[in-house]
Design a protein around this ligand. Structure first.
Ligand SMILES: NC(=O)c1ccc[n+]([C@@H]2O[C@H](COP(=O)([O-])OP(=O)(O)OC[C@H]3O[C@@H](n4cnc5c(N)ncnc54)[C@H](O)[C@@H]3O)[C@@H](O)[C@H]2O)c1
Length: 361
């Protein structure tokens, strides 16, 4: 549901969320910016909010923070009807969602996402969890939200880097879908990055609808949900090899999408595409859209060997070897496995090239 934060209480009501105590989880940055209007909206609907604030940043997705939420919530004397509301980005949503999944074997969960990533991606689909020393998102549960309530104006305070980074997932959804989203992105790119309220909500809505449709068709990722990993096998390897935090997730995904487009070219022609050859016209057009995200160059000290090693530990690996999502054409994804390693190396080499050499294609 899209609407102003001031109507969040009504939206909970309409979603059938019981009145009374509400557990609100947010982070320290979002609390300063958007907590008061949410609390006012909940109180206006006759609810009694209690607030738990975690530090901003990925480190909050930990078992220690989860345990602290458990202690806090159980100390308040909650019951099975008590809802958990996550106000914030993907970190707060994943953490609070896992708390909701585990408290009393599952509390009703509401997402009020405040980043682009959360509004178009992480708040929808029910994946919740925290990180482990062995890797990101290794502990968690599927726990679907009863309501995802999006106020696009919360993005007004989002730093530019996070905004652009979130748009990597919007572009990914556009490449996965045969909808008009890619055309709208091309036409309105500058207005979108300028947070133009005349175009931003519609694009966010289209982007999240693509994810919602895919998840509705395959909630537990036995099939088409894997398409959402387009660019992510490469992107996760960049994040892991460069050290988490060196790039935002969206920056890594943008680079990963470019590699995935190159690999798609190899798979489609059944032979390794040269890293310095122009992409076929349809993939080149898709690549130009990805380049609007202004992905940073891969640093030379991040060797292809290191990236290949980082890929080998991706949790999406299966018995047949690495799995990749490729495009038969923009809007037509499929999963392939058993891809020759040389094709993957060629895709990395493609991403490494100075941009001028292959953007004119
Ligand atoms: N569950 C899923 O399906 C799924 C999908 C994609 C990503 N994720 C997870 O999401 C996380 C990344 O999400 P994210 O980029 O939203 O990270 P985030 O929650 O850390 O938010 C990024 C930063 O923006 C700040 N912020 C949030 N909203 C703001 C606002 N409106 N104005 C100003 N600052 C604001 C936050 O405090 C934080 O510092 C990762 O942990 C990733 O694993 C989950």
């Amino acid at each position: 549901v899209f609407g102003p934060l001031a109507s969040a209480g009504t939206a909970l009501h309409e979603a059938g969320v019981a009145a009374g105590t509400v557990l609100v989880v947010t982070d320290s940055t979002v609390a300063d910016l958007w907590l008061d209007p949410l609390l006012a909206a909940l109180r206006a609907d006759g609810r009694v909010p209690h607030v738990h604030i975690v530090p901003a940043g990925e480190s909050a997705k930990s078992m220690a923070r989860l345990a602290a939420i458990h202690d806090w919530a159980l100390g308040l004397g909650i019951d099975r009807q008590t809802p958990v509301v996550a106000l914030g980005g993907g970190v707060v949503g994943d953490l609070a969602g896992f708390a909701a999944a585990t408290l009393l074997r599952g509390l009703l969960f509401v997402q009020v996402p405040t980043t682009v990533i959360a509004q178009v991606d992480s708040a929808v689909g029910g994946k919740t969890g925290v990180n482990h020393a062995a890797g990101k998102n290794l502990l968690g549960a599927f726990h679907q939200p009863a309501l995802v309530y999006v106020d696009p104006s919360t993005l007004d305070t989002l730093p530019d880097r996070d905004l652009r980074s979130g748009f990597a997932e919007v572009v990914k959804h556009a490449l996965l879908s045969s909808s008009t989203l890619a055309e709208r992105l091309r036409a309105d790119w500058d207005a979108l990055l300028g947070r133009d309220a005349a175009v931003l909500p519609g694009v966010l809505c289209d982007a999240v609808a693509i994810k919602a449709d895919i998840v509705a068709a395959d909630e537990r990722e036995a099939g088409v949900r894997a398409f959402l990993n387009l660019g992510h096998t490469f992107g996760h390897a960049i994040e892991r090899a460069a050290g988490y935090g060196a790039y935002t997730h969206g920056e890594a995904v943008a680079m990963g999408l470019r590699a995935a487009l190159h690999l798609s070219g190899s798979v489609r022609q059944g032979a390794e595409a040269a890293p310095d050859a122009p992409l076929p016209a349809d993939f080149a057009e898709a690549d130009r859209l990805v380049l609007r995200l202004a992905p940073p160059p891969l640093p030379p000290d991040l060797t292809t060997d290191a990236l290949m090693t980082a890929m080998g530990t991706d949790k999406k690996r299966t018995a047949e070897g690495l799995r990749f999502v490729v495009l038969d054409a923009p809007g037509a994804p499929r999963v392939v496995s058993g891809v020759p390693e040389t094709w993957v190396r060629a895709a990395w080499a493609f991403v490494r090239q100075p941009l001028a050499e292959h953007t004119s294609a």
